[in-house]
Design a protein around this ligand. Structure first.
Ligand SMILES: CC(=O)N[C@@H]([C@@H](O)[C@H](O)[C@H](O)CO)[C@@H](O)CC(=O)C(=O)O
Length: 307
């Protein structure tokens, strides 16, 4: 029996974008406004400083500023998971200790990046993070960016610890998701990463999802989740298909994060541009962004039962 309260990590968690001012520095007021917007949609939590959050492109101090702003605004209402993955274990540990100090509910990390690491090295990296706080830890498995293929054996070794409560899987194999769920043992959480497969992931054992495109349409993922929980698979599938067409359009821009940030800006949440090498939206794409935003808003209205 796990001693942590696990329900708070189930359901819809937004992988939140980072917020910058015109000079490209962390904008804590904008971060608070965005976190408030998300809290009002009814999502379960926010994943701060992950892939969508550009944590890998920020200094340790900037990552702390972003997390602090989010927790100050919604730390009492939402589950806050701090992504503390970094190339150096030392930085990850510093971020994890800080996350606990400021009130995050869990920490999570990718394997250390850049070097080609052995499983023993990744285990030592994660273990140092786990040991540095009393917070629960969620493994972040995203082999397409880290190059590290997590094995069932390392997963189950990590999962034997009470503190290691789950894994966020951004790899696209739902078979692997199911296998990790089985390898993790009773109560081990599995969180779906590919937003295009939210329903598939849920159907094969995921307890919820953490995703970047949730940030421009949380209501649609909440709709899929509520249809799924009510057992209305046909309706859940209908909404997943609607979402997927929107994701295809979002992915057609040179930068997904640039597109999502431009959409949020149209709604009054100016979070600056993504950091290079992630590209902002070109002015020639603005019309297409506007049309996509209208399409998303109309789907959200429909999901909420309005015209
Ligand atoms: C590879 C990747 O970035 N995957 C995203 C998805 O949300 C992804 O953007 C979406 O499914 C569109 O392809 C998430 O799994 C990553 C995530 O949650 C994060 O930002 O930490």
């Amino acid at each position: 029996m796990n001693t942590y309260e696990l329900d708070r990590f189930k359901g819809i968690t937004i992988a939140m974008y980072s917020c910058y001012n015109e000079q490209g520095e962390i904008d804590q007021a904008a971060a608070r406004a965005l976190a408030r917007y998300y809290a009002n949609t009814g999502v379960k939590g926010l994943y701060v400083g992950g892939s969508s959050g550009e944590g890998m492109l920020q200094s340790v101090s900037e990552r702390k500023q972003m997390l602090e702003a989010v927790i100050a605004e919604v730390g009492e209402e939402l589950t806050i998971i701090a992504h503390v993955g970094a190339p150096a274990t030392r930085d990850s540990v510093e971020l994890a200790v800080h996350a606990e100090q400021v009130g995050a509910h869990a920490v999570s990390a990718v394997p250390a990046i850049y070097y080609r690491l052995s499983p023993q090295s990744v285990e030592a990296h994660w273990q140092a993070i786990v040991d540095s706080t009393s917070l629960p830890f969620i493994i972040y498995h995203i082999p397409q960016t880290t190059g590290f293929q997590l094995s069932k054996s390392l997963l189950s070794t990590m999962a034997k610890q009470d503190k290691v409560i789950g894994v966020k899987i951004s790899a696209e194999s739902t078979f692997e998701l199911q296998q990790f769920k089985a390898a993790g043992g009773k109560d081990f959480l599995v969180l779906n990463g590919p937003d295009e497969q939210y329903l598939a992931g849920r159907s094969i054992g995921a307890d919820g999802g953490i995703g970047g495109t949730y940030g421009v349409m949380p209501e649609l993922f909440l709709k899929i989740e509520s249809c799924y929980v009510q057992g209305d698979m046909a309706e859940a599938q209908k909404w997943q298909f609607i979402v997927n067409e929107l994701i295809v359009e979002l992915l057609s821009f040179p930068s997904l994060y640039g597109a999502c940030k431009a959409i949020l800006k149209l709604r009054g949440y100016d979070n600056g541009e993504p950091r290079l090498p992630l590209l902002p939206i070109a002015s020639s794409d603005l019309e297409r962004i506007q049309a996509l935003n209208n399409k998303i808003l109309s789907a959200i209205s429909q999901a909420k039962g309005m015209k």
